[in-house]
Design a protein around this ligand. Structure first.
Ligand SMILES: NC(=O)C1=CN([C@@H]2O[C@H](COP(=O)(O)OP(=O)(O)OC[C@H]3O[C@@H](n4cnc5c(N)ncnc54)[C@H](OP(=O)(O)O)[C@@H]3O)[C@@H](O)[C@H]2O)[C@@H](O)CC1
Ligand SMILES: [K+]
Length: 517
């Protein structure tokens, strides 16, 4: 699902109005009506007090349309206009007049703190104060209103985006914003729903279709995209009945050191479980017996050294290599990695200590093959791209890094983000139970396994992150957040594949429209 920028949303409005020859305010009418339908379906006429707070732009106008429908359907509604300026939008004014027609009184005007109404915890707040048009810091009395919402503990439903948040930059005052229970967002979710510093703007979100021009939605390229089953399913490569293991590639995992052989076990097992035909682990001698015993499906090649990697020499021809897991940064290992990168031609997934070594030896970056996949956790990422001031800055720096070195960067986190040049893909699978030792090793293994099976690097990264997250979500059902282990994620990779062909997820809005037209 595409995440449109604020500018693209405004343009979509214009294109739609032209293409569909819409009368003024029609999109606002659709927006308000859809929100009403959403509430009406759930409330079925219940007389819970609903406080609809409207700003003076089009977000406020949406709130007024909603209020009008709630009033005409006999709901217990109070409407307020938060008088935050003088530039009331044209469509707002149209909706303002229409709400008066049905309620026979003007909405209450709020100008300062003494105007705030009492809100009971069992009431409902509709937040239609600021939408995507917020363009500056908010006055303190309006921030006080947001805190009044919070203090009431009432269920807060935000229209389009919780008020006070920008779509494309951080907020300055963490206390001066609405934190919604639910946000109904028009046409596309907002980027801030997925970034660690801003995701608490809303607990849940849903996209509302207001009939924006289908061609515009389909053909407009966005900087951000959500990755879920709908997006990865077309990438899946079915297996031929007469296939043999040679068709699915030979994966190699290079890593391990004394005390860290388990990481290699997890990654190697993940290469096999994601479908590679053959898998070899290159490890120090100390790991030979444990790995051969615990993972009979894998082959093992050992370094000359017992405890660490000192020279990465092998006589196999791997189709993809995952490197760095549990490897350490011993001087011999650093030299071994340098020598390896100079000669290597196979596609790479670079993780953990290999990333740390590279970040401390920047000259190695130019030896990384084009389209290699780097899988840093936040600290490793910082070593690679430098410190960032906020999430937006982090994404910009990661994009610039990805563009400069022609590599894919997977930023691991609650919503893992795959950075491919200037394009960013946000994964929606995964859960906090996966914040556990070895989880990253599994991801590296899965992606290496997909590369072996001739998924291209971008597909391998996207599909790999999806499968990893989905396997974690499925394993969660059995083990719970606390007891989920990385090896459980490996156990569920197969289920994650099978799940691809189970009940489809909610189709994307664009697809529904396409089918109906
Ligand atoms: N396709 C769609 O998605 C559709 C979207 N629609 C809806 O339109 C919304 C966008 O509407 P919008 O552009 O009128 O801006 P909005 O968010 O209402 O707020 C800006 C207003 O507040 C003002 N203002 C700004 N900052 C301020 C501040 N700090 N403190 C005080 N005032 C401030 C600013 O005025 P200014 O003073 O800057 O002239 C302006 O009046 C969008 O989120 C969605 O809900 C639907 O109706 C139709 C289809
Ligand atoms: K809002």
């Amino acid at each position: 699902m595409k995440i449109f920028s604020k500018e693209q949303i405004y343009k979509g409005d214009k294109v739609t109005e032209e293409q569909q020859s819409l009368p003024p305010s029609e999109l606002m009418e659709r927006a308000g009506l859809q929100i009403f339908n959403w509430m009406h379906l759930r409330m079925q006429g219940a007389q819970v007090p609903i406080h609809v707070f409207c700003g003076i732009g089009n977000n406020g106008g949406d709130g007024l349309v909603l209020a009008r429908h709630l009033i005409t359907h006999g709901y217990n509604v109070e409407v307020y206009v938060v008088n935050c300026g003088n530039s009331r939008s044209k469509d707002f004014l149209t909706s303002y007049d229409k709400v008066k027609d049905v309620s026979k009184k003007w909405p209450q005007l709020l100008k300062c703190e003494t105007d705030f109404p009492d809100i009971h915890r069992d009431d409902i707040i509709v937040d239609a104060i600021f939408g995507i048009g917020l363009n500056r810091e908010i006055e303190s009395w309006i921030k006080a209103l947001f805190n009044h919402f919070k203090a009431s503990s009432a269920f807060t439903l935000s229209v389009d985006i919780p008020s006070g948040w920008f779509t494309d930059k951080p907020i300055e005052d963490n206390e001066g914003v609405v934190r919604a229970n639910y946000t109904l967002s028009f046409q596309s979710p907002k980027l801030i729903f997925f970034l660690p510093e801003t995701a608490d703007c809303t607990i849940q979100w849903e996209v509302i279709d207001i009939g924006i021009d289908r061609d515009y939605l389909m053909t407009t390229e966005t900087e951000y995209e959500l990755i879920s089953k709908n997006e990865v399913l077309p990438m899946y490569k079915p297996r031929d009945k007469y296939a043999h293991k040679g068709d699915f590639g030979h994966g190699l995992i290079v890593g391990g050191s004394y005390g860290k052989i388990g990481a290699v076990h997890l990654a190697t097992r993940s290469v096999l479980s994601s479908g590679a035909g053959l898998t070899t682990a290159f490890i120090p001698k100390c790991g030979y017996v444990p790995l051969q015993t615990s993972l009979p499906e894998a082959m093992v090649i050992t370094d000359a050294d017992t405890n660490k990697i000192t020279a990465i020499d092998f006589d196999i021809k791997p189709d993809a290599i995952g490197i760095g897991i549990g490897m350490g940064k011993f001087p011999d290992t650093v030299s071994a990695l340098k020598a390896f990168l100079k000669n290597n031609k196979a596609p790479l997934v670079i993780d953990a200590d290999a990333l740390n070594i590279i970040s401390e030896n920047n000259d190695l970056l130019k030896l990384i093959p084009e389209n290699s996949i780097l899988t840093p956790h936040p600290k490793e990422l910082e070593r690679l791209i430098g410190e960032w001031s906020n999430d937006f800055d982090k994404l910009k720096k990661a994009s610039d890094f990805s563009t400069k070195y022609k590599v894919l960067v997977i930023i691991k986190g609650a919503n893992t983000i795959i950075v491919y040049g200037q394009k960013k893909f946000i994964s929606v699978t995964g859960n906090p139970g996966m914040a556990t030792a070895g989880s990253g090793d599994v991801l590296t293994g899965i992606i290496t396994g997909l590369l072996c099976q001739k998924y291209n690097p971008l597909e391998s990264a996207l599909f790999g992150v999806y499968l990893h997250g989905k396997a974690g979500d499925l394993a969660l059902e059995e083990y719970g957040y606390q007891s989920l282990l990385a090896s459980h994620i490996v156990d569920y990779i197969g289920e994650a594949y099978i799940d691809l062909f189970k009940q489809p997820e909610q189709p994307q809005q664009e697809e529904v429209e396409a089918e109906n037209s």
